[in-house]
Ligand binder design. Sequence first.
Ligand SMILES: [Zn+2]
Ligand SMILES: [Zn+2]
Length: 396
Amino acid sequence: MSPTPPATVLAAIRAFEKELIAIRRDIHAHPEAGFEETRTAALVAERLRAWGITVAEGIAKTGVVGTLEGRHPGNRAIGLRADMDALFITEKTGLPYASQVPGKMHACGHDGHTAMLLGAARYLAENPDFSGTVRFIFQPAEEGLGGARVMIEEGLMERFPMAAVYGMHNAPEVELGRFALRTGPMLAASDTWTATFCGTGGHGGSGAHLATDPTQPAAAFVLATQGIIGRNVSAIEPAVLSVGHIAAGDANSPNIIPSEVVVRGTARSYAAEVRDTLERRLTEVALGLAATYGCTAKLDYLRRYPPLVNAAEQTEAAAAAATAIVGANRVDTAMPQRTGAEDFAFMLERVPGAMIFIGNGTGGAHLHRPLYDFNDEALALGSTYWVRLVQDQLSA
Ligand SMILES: [Zn+2]
Ligand SMILES: [Zn+2]
C-alpha cells in the first residue's frame, strides 16, 4: 500500500488539533519531575485506552507503552518515543496555562513531545493503514536521571520487541516547518568524574617539609587535564574536559596543609575509544602525579549518558518521512554535532534508530529557560511526521 498523502494526514490531525493543544497545555500547567510523572502517565494511558490502544503502565515507575497492531498482517514492529518529565525551574512566562507547581516547569518541551506522540497514536488508531506493530513509548526522567536506561533494565525491549526505534526533540532555534538531524554521532556522551588526592597534611609553617601535600598533585592535575585533550585525543575527534569544582582545607585556616583535595569535572566525547581514553588517562595522570608528590589518589569516573548515535538506515528513513511532509529543502540532514546529551541514546544502543529535531521556532526563549514555551504550531506537524514514518516503515 502507498502512504496517505501527508496533506491528508495533516488535515485529519488539524481537525482534532484543539484536543492536542488542550492536552499539551494541561500537562504544561501540571509539570512533574523525573520518575514522579504519575498524573501525566495516567493522562497518557487514559487517552491511549480511549482510542483502543493496548496499554502497559508502571515501567520505570511512571513509563507507559502503548501497542497498536496495523490493519494488515506483518511481523515488523517499530518504537516511537516521547519523554514526559519537567525541570526544576520557576516559570516566568505569565501564560494562562503556566505551571501551577512552584519550582517546576516544562522548559524542555516534553509536554509537546508527549502531545505530538498522542496525536499520532489517535490518528493511527483511527487509520491503522500499516502492517505490523507500533510501540508508543512514553518514558519518564529524561533530564539527568536516565529514565530510558531504567525502562530498558526493566525489560522494555524484551517485553515490547521492536526492530527500530525513533525519537524526536523540539528545537526552538530551528524555524517552524523545518527538521534537522544527522547520521552517526549527533549528541555527546556526558560523564562526571571526581579525583581525590590524599596526603598527611600538616602545619603550613613549622615542619611543612615533613608533610605530604595533596594540593601539589591536585594543582598539577588541573593543568594536566588539558594535556590529555591535546596529546591523548586525536585533533579531529571532539572531546572536552572541564573542572567544575575544587574543594580542600578551610578558608579560616590558610596555615594548614589540607590532607585531602577533591577535584570534580565533566567529560564530553563522541567516539567510544575517546571516552575510554578520557577515563583511562584521567586515572593514570591523577595516580601518577599523586605518586610523584608522595601522595595517593583515586579517580571515580561516572558514565552518565552515552553518545547519541543515529543509525544510517533509520536516519534516512526519518529524513524521508520529514521530507515527504515539508520538502527536502526544509530538512537539514547535516546538522552540526551538539555537546548536549539525551538519554534516548540508551535505546539506540539496543536497537538501531534515529532522533530528529523538529523546528519549534517562535522567536521565543531557548530550552531550559524560565520564559520557554513549546510552540503549539508544531504539534500537528510532529504528529504527521510520526504517522508518515509508520506508514513508510510498516508498509506491506
Ligand atoms: Zn532538557
Ligand atoms: Zn528535552
